[in-house]
Ligand binder design. Structure first.
Ligand SMILES: Cc1cc2nc3c(=O)[nH]c(=O)nc-3n(C[C@H](O)[C@H](O)[C@H](O)COP(=O)(O)OP(=O)(O)OC[C@H]3O[C@@H](n4cnc5c(N)ncnc54)[C@H](O)[C@@H]3O)c2cc1C
Length: 555
């Protein structure tokens, strides 16, 4: 056998957090420096070969549904590989599901976003139940009795996957059921019905859910119709008297990616549930949960882009072609620098957004900014991720197309965030809705964008164009019942996100990095693919710092 030459070693034994200078700076800047040690500790764990193996094994050994027990009774249990449990235990133990609810400190959403961003880089599938548990607490708190009962277990750092009534458990997980066969985006079309038990806030639910992820959760926030319209309910796996609730998992979805995570089809046949919030106001009750999960869609997308970039930098720093390292070839430098700009802009955007989630309780401006920026950030980052990851995969050549590299898993995961919690068009319509019905969102976004005026004439021009696109869209929307504004909604969402990214880059990035972003993203001096930056950008300034942690050790 000949020696293996010019193959790239696996990237492990590195700290996912400390090697990401942009993220470390953002955590410090946005008021979460108190969490540096905790995020760094998780970053170290996730970079170990052991944690990388959990990610591979949890995806190769997919969850299995056991509908019945040996005697033919319904069981409805989903069984997972031990590596899934290791992932869950690590995330719950590091409070990805609870940090801002426990640490009421400035920067707690920022700290959690950083934890989420590095976790999604190692294994994104299990972040689904983690994110739903985190976000599900918001609507639950509308019902003080339910909150008293559930909160201690939901906030617990003990991951307890045992299949038993919740009052016997140390920790609990929450899921969400909105999507039905006849419609996911249009939840008003839900057919699942809720019958009230006497005069109580308890109901019996009959119907189905077509896409209910993490079906081993201890309870689900679901939507069902009552006489007063669509309402929100907490539907636990076990009834308060400890009996198995009457919901039945029909089958698990055979998904393109996100394979470690189970997503199911469910039937309810008189399942016990408790009303959450006002009857008939189900969408506005559950929307708080949706807002947090939309934040996580953006954060996880930024994580996927970062990991794709890291793998590309690592590979190109070790692999030679035509007599030199790939990273030293001029055209590859253009591709890598372009990918690095996109990743840095994504990180800045989600960290700014997370800081708005921190501030919004006490600051009306940040609340309005949060409302609108969550939507356009989710839209734009989820759109960029599949393209970004695909290009990074190509940097590894044929090895990038092989499962061992980890790139196919990232690639399959990438389009998911654009679909759930509001697909692209639905999010764009939501942006229009916010801008027309909540005028404070217009002021908030314009104020944020205008604060960058005067820093760079090219961005100034782009900001002015964005502002006139926005005001034009509003005028058209209000005038013609929304038709023309609707047609332009994707353009507007994209411009708002890029304008904000440009202003953040100018404020917080190295001047050469910000210059390249503004030149390529706001002036039209860029092609349709990554790797088309203008020739005069400072490639060394962009690439050297971001690639440094992944260069071969000297000697
Ligand atoms: C892996 C995975 C896990 C999921 N987990 C869950 C879960 O746990 N709980 C849950 O409730 N759901 C879950 N979903 C479902 C997801 O939220 C829905 O698929 C999503 O909301 C879209 O709904 P739909 O599939 O019914 O598509 P549709 O609503 O039929 O939409 C199809 C397309 O039409 C577009 N569209 C819809 N309305 C308009 C309009 N007015 N104008 C223009 N375009 C429009 C949409 O953007 C989309 O591109 C999951 C989905 C996936 C893929």
């Amino acid at each position: 056998m000949r020696d293996t030459l010019n193959q790239v070693p696996q990237l492990s034994g590195y700290n996912l957090f400390l090697t990401d200078r942009t993220l470390v700076e953002a955590v410090n800047r946005e008021g979460a420096s108190w969490a540096l040690e905790q995020v760094s500790e998780l970053g170290q764990i996730l970079g170990t070969e052991e944690a990388q193996t959990w990610a591979v094994e949890a995806n190769e050994n997919v969850p299995a549904l056991h509908t019945h027990d040996r005697n033919g009774n319904r069981r409805d249990e989903v069984l997972f590989h031990p590596s899934w449990h290791s992932l869950m235990k690590t995330s719950i133990g590091h409070r990805l599901h609870s940090l801002p609810w426990i640490e009421k400190k400035k920067g707690s959403h920022v700290a959690r976003a950083a934890l989420m961003m590095i976790t999604a880089q190692n294994e994104a599938g299990h972040t689904c139940p983690v994110s739903m548990t985190f976000s599900g607490l918001a609507p639950l708190r509308v019902e003080p009795d339910l909150a008293r009962e559930w909160e201690p277990r939901v906030l617990s750092s003990a991951y307890d996957p045992r299949f038993m009534p919740v009052h016997e458990k140390r920790g609990a997980l929450l899921g969400m059921g909105m999507t039905e066969k006849q419609g996911g985006s249009d939840v008003r079309a839900n057919t699942t019905r809720a019958e009230r038990i006497g005069n109580s806030r308890e109901y019996l639910i009959t119907g189905h859910k077509w896409f209910c992820s993490a079906p081993m959760c201890d309870a689900f926030l679901i939507l069902a119709q009552t006489e007063k319209g669509l309402s929100c309910f907490l539907l636990p796996r076990w009834t308060p008297s400890g009996d198995k609730n009457k919901f039945f998992i029909q089958r698990l979805k055979d998904k393109m990616g996100n394979r470690s995570n189970a997503s199911s089809e469910m039937e309810f046949q008189g399942a016990w549930a408790h009303l959450v919030g006002q009857e008939g106001r189900g969408v506005s009750t559950i929307i708080e949960m949706v807002n947090y999960t939309r934040l996580d869609c953006g954060v996880a997308s930024a994580g996927l882009m970062r990991q794709a970039l890291v793998q590309a930098l690592h590979h190109c720093s070790h692999r030679q072609a035509f007599g030199k390292l790939l990273i030293d070839h001029l055209l590859m430098r253009n591709v890598l620098a372009d990918l690095a700009l996109e990743s840095e802009a994504a990180t800045l955007l989600v960290m700014r957004l997370a800081s708005a989630f921190d501030a919004r309780e006490s600051d009306e401006h940040e609340k309005a900014f949060c409302r609108i920026a969550t939507a356009f950030s989710k839209y734009w980052l989820c759109k960029r991720t599949p393209v970004h990851v695909g290009e990074a995969l190509e940097c590894l050549g044929g090895n990038g197309y092989v499962e061992d590299s980890g790139m196919p898993r990232l690639y399959r995961e990438a389009p998911l965030y654009g679909i759930w919690e509001g697909s692209g068009n639905v999010i764009c319509l939501d942006i229009l809705r916010a801008l027309t019905r909540e005028p404070a969102t217009v002021d908030a976004v314009l104020h944020e964008l205008r604060s960058a005026l005067g820093k760079d004439s090219r961005l100034d021009t782009y900001l002015t164009q964005t502002e006139s696109e926005l005001t034009g869209c509003l005028k058209q929307g209000l005038k013609n019942g929304g038709g023309e504004a609707e047609i332009q909604a994707r353009r507007l969402a994209e411009q708002l996100a890029i304008a904000l990214q440009g202003s953040l880059m100018l404020r917080y990035s190295h001047p050469d990095v910000a210059d390249a972003f503004v030149a390529s993203r706001t002036t039209g001096d860029h092609g349709q693919t990554f790797g088309t930056l203008p020739a005069n950008v400072k490639f060394t300034s962009i690439l050297d710092p971001v690639a440094a942690p992944f260069r071969p050790a000297a000697g």
